[in-house]
Design a protein around this ligand. Structure first.
Ligand SMILES: C[S@@+](CC[C@H](N)C(=O)[O-])C[C@H]1O[C@@H](n2cnc3c(N)ncnc32)[C@H](O)[C@@H]1O
Length: 307
């Protein structure tokens, strides 16, 4: 279990960004195995408080065990961070000092064969963060029209032969297991890179679609910024260029002090910026971290401070 803790991506960088202090209030929107939350609790001892979200009830159980005696400073919610603007005040978190979003799937979920996230284990094609959600990856694979399936592969996975794969899949339905899908993709894809299985991007795309990960970010990030106190900070770690682009653009737009058309000589908009950019460029994992945790290679951390 401690393995999960040591693998929290950009752990020190997140704590440096959030600067937790005793008495502060924090939201971890994606608590996972609780590594970052434990760090926030340690740095905000003895009375900092955390509101911890995860859609996955197993993650909440593991995180609660990980933080040990500090668990009584945490309010645990099995819910989507996308709804935090509504749920945080209902749980006593009206304005907060810091918010963390560490997006995507956890190593714990990937390493649990029965969750169906990983192509190396034979399991039902599931991939739901929230096991109560009705739609699984198998449902998408077996019911989406061919063009929509191709679109998922292209948009969320940048799968080059997305249309061809969608056609093959539709012709081989029903597909119910991870290995069945991985083998089918493998048999119908050119092997460009010996180290990366050709189905890796297809699995990623399906996971993003099943859990509507981009929709959650688009709904949740503006609401999260609303919840920050002046001087409060938000740190977002993304693992996909679409997510990172959304975070970057929203932070940039909210940090503008003028929205007049560029050709207008004098500013008349009276626009007030909402945040200050703490990171102008995304922070990436160090070489050391990438060696220990290859998943950190694609991590990008962006931080903004509420004005
Ligand atoms: C990368 S892990 C977080 C790891 C965590 N920071 C740690 O240190 O252990 C991402 C977690 O976010 C959860 N998650 C993904 N989308 C979510 C959403 N919309 N709302 C709440 N939790 C979500 C996943 O279930 C997963 O447990």
């Amino acid at each position: 279990m401690t393995n999960f803790l040591h693998r929290s991506v950009l752990y020190q960088e997140c704590l440096t960004a959030l600067q937790p202090y005793s008495g502060g209030t924090y939201i971890d929107g994606t608590v996972g195995a609780g590594g970052h939350t434990r760090g926030i609790l340690e740095h905000s001892a003895p009375d900092g408080k955390v509101l911890a979200f995860d859609r996955d009830p197993t993650a909440l159980e593991v995180a609660r065990a990980q933080v040990g005696a500090s668990a009584d400073r945490v309010t645990w919610l099995q819910a989507s961070y996308a709804d935090m603007q509504l749920l945080a005040p209902q749980n006593g978190f009206v304005q907060v000092d810091g918010i963390l979003l560490d997006l995507g799937v956890s190593s714990m979920q990937l390493d649990t064969p029965s969750r169906g996230f990983a192509l190396r284990y034979d399991a039902m094609l599931d991939m739901r963060f929230d096991p109560d959600q009705p739609q699984t990856a198998a449902d998408l694979v077996n019911t989406l029209p061919e063009a929509a399936l191709a679109n998922v592969f292209w948009q969320y996975g940048e799968v080059r032969n997305s249309r061809q794969l969608a056609r093959v899949i539709v012709n081989n339905r029903p597909i119910t297991t991870t290995i069945q899908l991985a083998d089918l993709v493998s048999a119908n894809s050119p092997r460009r890179n010996k180290r990366i299985h050709p189905a890796t991007q297809v699995f990623q795309a399906l996971r993003i679609a099943v859990n509507d990960e981009l929709g959650a970010l688009e709904r949740g990030l503006p609401g999260a910024i609303e919840l920050l106190k002046p001087g409060g900070r938000i740190a977002v770690i993304s693992f996909h260029s679409l997510e990172d682009r959304f975070v970057k653009n929203l932070f940039r737009d909210l940090s503008r002090d003028c929205i007049c058309p560029p050709h207008q000589p004098i500013c008349t908009c009276d626009w007030q910026p909402v945040v200050r950019l703490v990171t102008r460029k995304a922070i990436q994992a160090s070489d050391e971290e990438m060696q220990v945790n290859p998943r950190s290679r694609s991590a990008r951390l962006r931080v903004a401070e509420k004005l």
